[in-house]
Design a protein around this ligand. Sequence first.
Ligand code: B12
Ligand code: SF4
Length: 582
Amino acid sequence: MTSSYSDIQLIRPPGVESFRFATTSITPGIGLAYISSSLKKKGFKVDILDAIGEAPKNRIGYYKGYLIGLNLSEIVEKINPKVLTIGISVIFTHEWPSVVKIISLIKEKFPNKTIIIGGEHVSAMPEFSLMTSLADYIVMGEGEETIVELINAIKKKSSVEKIEGIGFKTNNKIVINKRRHRRLSLDKIPYPDWESFNIKGYHDNRFVGGMYSDRLSIPILATRGCPYQCTYCSAPNMWKPQWIPRDPKCVVDEIENYIYKFGAGNFPFQDLTAIIKKSWIKEFCEEIIKRKLDITWQLPTGTRSEAIDEEVAFLLKKSGMISMAYAPESGSEETRKLIKKKMKTDKLFHSIDSSSKAKLNVAVFLVIGFPHDLPRHLEENINFVEKLANQAVTDLSVGFYMALPGTELFHSLYDAGKIKLDIKYFKHILDSLALFPSQKYCDEISRFSLFFWKLRLYLKFYKAKKTKNGKSSLLNSIKIAFSGLFSNEGHDSKLQTAFYNAYSSLIDTIISKKKRWMTKKEELDLFKNWDKIYANIRKEKLLKNVVKISPSDTRELYMNNVIYQIEKEHNTAKIISTIKSN
Ligand code: B12
Ligand code: SF4
């Protein structure tokens, strides 16, 4: 255990998984690694406590599936008693309940330690995160500059009132400061502090995201933000609708650095959408080719398709890209219009055709059960997935719609009384990739129908999909899925990774049932007041005119330009009266 003085101990809480058919397993926390390197660059002393990296094989039953990593009490035991502050990263909403508990346990043992939380979940629900936990400060949006200012102020005991991008508790009130401007010069941010993380442990346990590769994998972030405003996505609130790329040469420098320093060979990109600008992606690929780097790289999180033509696709292939995903989300033009996807079917297929010609391994992400989805919209996916299969798309992922906080759709559903922030809500996010939806938000389609639609789309696609020998049959696809199960070699289809993850998450779900993080009664108590707390926050923000009521018909949202509303909320410092919290 570390026992010398340190300014901050940064904690990556345990990961959360459940039985799912997904390639989206947890990965090393790049956001926290950036926070650490930025603090160290300014001379602060930082300890890292990565609950997953320290115990990647440990599983314990959680309200939703199971936790991966140190038990919550072990985390508290590993807190450095001489540390000044503790920082916890919370990017996923499904991790929030465990973080609330970790914070309570830390405060029980160290009541005077200052706790700071940051990440996507906290940025989407700032007031709620302060009210439902004993955290002292929150950091919203990009955290590198904010945390440096905040730790400086805490060390010097100076005022935090003017620090942009934070929220805090004072005199029984919640204060939310204005947000900070986006970082424009990303290349000035030091490389993530991977030396302090158990990179090999993540790799050995296949916690890397994307298609499994047997070469050591290290996450990379080449761009931040996205210029689009899809109504189901929390990126506009988190990053504002603004896409900022790094210098492609600097990204390749970073990759080269990891090859020499760690012996890494596979690089899953964490970008929201890396490929937006043709000149940027060309320069990036050409730089890898010029330097003759023997690497593979992947875009597991999905990308826009507009900039991918034949020229780009062949460069992607030549530079070592082994797997990428397009995220049109629906085969229905109307659904895409209503979610503000701004993507046309013909252009998408043109791009997919280019990728197929370059023999790229391509997956396509679809979502069913948007609030405005009607059976006829889902019906349109049938021909769409068949066409995808005929165009040599390698894999398909069909998720159920999740009502993520901080999104336009969330506000609309919430204001219309269709979301209750109870245990079921916190459960449903991971279940997007389960077989059966644990929650649904569309009036016209039942949960059973959504389950059948998912099966139908998968069957249609994998039956029509052609394998390398040009044959199409469901049996071939099943053989491919099983082939990745018992081999340690890298996969060449996402289906193998997803099947492997489904198998291991099923076993882990069964095993972790034996030991739970808390009793069911304690669990229910934890969530008891959360909906009321959120309702009061929303009411007060509406009364103070910080936000405006969202249209109750979600089909109207596509007409809004959300920039004005986001700017207004982000630029308004606000005080919320403390409503009795948990
Ligand atoms: C890469 C990624 C993944 C990876 C895993 C990432 C991981 N670490 O485990 C993969 C592909 C596996 C994945 C899976 C999933 N993902 Co994902 N993913 C992302 C993505 C695209 C990038 C995350 C990232 O690296 N960002 C870049 C870093 C620099 O940003 P950051 O982490 O937010 O950190 C910054 C700030 O938040 C802040 N900060 C962060 N921590 C801290 C801590 C402190 C103390 C401070 C001060 C500041 C601070 O400072 C950092 C630096 O500026 C995000 C979208 C996004 N761009 O953030 C979605 C996102 C996080 N994913 C999301 C979702 C829903 C999922 C899935 C549930 C999808 C699914 N249906 O399966 C799964 C869940 C997997 C699981 N078991 O938990 C949502 C989460 C929304 C929510 N509220 O829960 C996001 C936000 C996407 C979205 N808008 O829909 N994901
Ligand atoms: S879903 Fe993708 S394209 Fe749409 S706003 Fe989010 S990141 Fe951008």
